[in-house]
Design a protein around this ligand. Structure first.
Ligand code: GLA
Length: 408
């Protein structure tokens, strides 16, 4: 399975290897060999995620229902004798990015390297003796497109550090370490959903997370009746970072006014009786979170019953609430939802909504598995007509978490 040098001719041309459309782990190993001139000793993988429902609830102690997808980040690596890391990103090019790992690690440029820097720092703080290494990062999912490529890179890096140092983390500790890297090195005040979904992904299952207690439960997606269609709007609005933080602040302020530690502990009644004491904006933010928690638990029941129209209806309501009350949608996400809505249940679309932080990125749709390709083509064409942008669509399924694909 390793990408090996021919003793007579050296490494085969990388294009030959990749043109044969090889497995992604082989491609990662081939890229490693081409960029470093040596063979990779390890290839690790971590998936991206989509969230079926439960959006902007994780940092409010609420419920979320994400799943790991069958696309992710591959990292091919090899230990070096010096205490430093060198990184290449195949998709982003440039590089290598180099940083020492002997002393205190700090954030630096380019920004994507901070996911690696932060996780290496976290593993060291947890007591891991992480040796220097070269690593080449390859992706089979859109980067910065709302399917948690950053969490995938963090979790892949943590998995690599576990292999190289021998220190194994439990799933929750590993996910929290990766979340901390995102907070402290990437400067994104995210909740726990993405890292939990990536670390704890299980084929065939959604992951219900109670973000207050951090309890998790795998919920099977029964049968092969439905498929999950991801539609990437291909836009990312600049509002993203500031907008996310501002929503978090709004939620905390609304909870403070109601005298509860977080919005999870605000009932619909408390919210209504506090309405006069809040700015209309704060009321709407809180209404999204309070109603989204109710929808998410209802979605779990619908999923368990295989009640696809009901699950799809809840997804649609979630989108409306995110658009009107939480104001994190955008014209392009709304255009996808409208295009999917036009196909409708008769055409095999049960429901569609934005997924992830919003302001661009991806939508997720629950569709009839027998018609998934045809639906993707119809939604893509309607979106293209409405916006002039070609979306990227892919069908996915609930998948496993991180994997070590190659080691000595
Ligand atoms: C981003 C964050 C998550 C979560 C979602 C919104 O993906 O990383 O923690 O808050 O937005 O649900």
């Amino acid at each position: 399975m390793a990408y090996r040098a021919d003793p007579m001719r050296g490494f085969p041309p990388i294009a030959d290897v990749l043109n044969a459309s090889c497995e992604p782990e082989l491609a990662a190993a081939a890229h490693f060999a081409a960029l470093t001139g040596r063979e990779a000793s390890h290839v690790v993988y971590a998936p991206g995620r989509v969230n079926l429902i439960g959006e902007h609830t994780d940092y409010n102690g609420g419920y979320v229902l994400p799943m790991a997808i069958d696309r992710g980040i591959y990292v091919a690596a090899r230990v070096v004798s010096q205490p430093r890391v060198r990184l290449w990103s195949v998709e982003l090019g440039g590089g290598p990015v180099e940083f020492p790992i002997g002393g205190g690690l700090e954030a630096g440029e380019p920004s994507w390297s901070n996911y690696v820097r932060g996780v290496v720092a976290g593993m060291q703080a947890a007591g891991a003796e992480v040796p220097g290494f070269d690593a080449v990062i390859d992706a089979t999912l859109p980067l910065g497109g709302g399917v948690s490529s950053s969490a995938a890179l963090e979790v892949a890096t943590a998995t690599l550090c576990e292999e190289l140092s021998g220190l194994r983390m439990g799933p929750e500790a590993k996910a929290l370490l990766c979340q901390r890297a995102e907070h402290e090195f990437a400067g994104v005040p995210c909740g726990i959903m993405d890292q939990f979904a990536v670390v704890m992904g299980r084929a065939g299952n959604l992951l219900l997370i109670d973000c207050l207690t951090r309890e998790t439960r795998h919920v099977p997606m029964a049968g092969g009746e439905v498929a999950v269609l991801v539609i990437n709007t291909m836009v990312k609005h600049a509002l993203n970072d500031g907008g996310y933080r501002a929503r978090r602040d709004d939620c905390h302020e609304a909870a403070r006014i109601m005298g509860v530690p977080d919005l999870r502990r605000a009932s619909a009644e408390l919210l209504e009786s506090s309405r006069e004491r809040m700015l209309p904006r704060l009321y709407r933010r809180a209404r999204h979170v309070v109603t989204e928690d109710v929808r998410t638990l209802a979605a779990v029941r619908a999923l368990e019953a295989g009640a696809w129209p009901e699950l799809g209806r809840l997804m649609g309501e979630s989108h409306v609430s995110l658009r009107n009350d939480f104001e994190v949608s955008c014209a392009e996400l709304d255009a996808v939802v409208a295009a999917a809505g036009a196909v409708g249940p008769d055409g095999g679309v049960y429901g569609c909504r934005m997924t992830g932080g919003g302001f661009g990125g991806c939508c997720v749709a629950l569709v009839d598995a027998g018609r998934d390709e045809e639906i993707a083509a119809r939604v893509a064409s309607a979106y293209q007509s409405a916006t002039g942008i070609d979306p990227v669509c892919f069908v996915t399924r609930p998948s496993d978490g991180p994997l070590v694909l190659m080691k000595p």
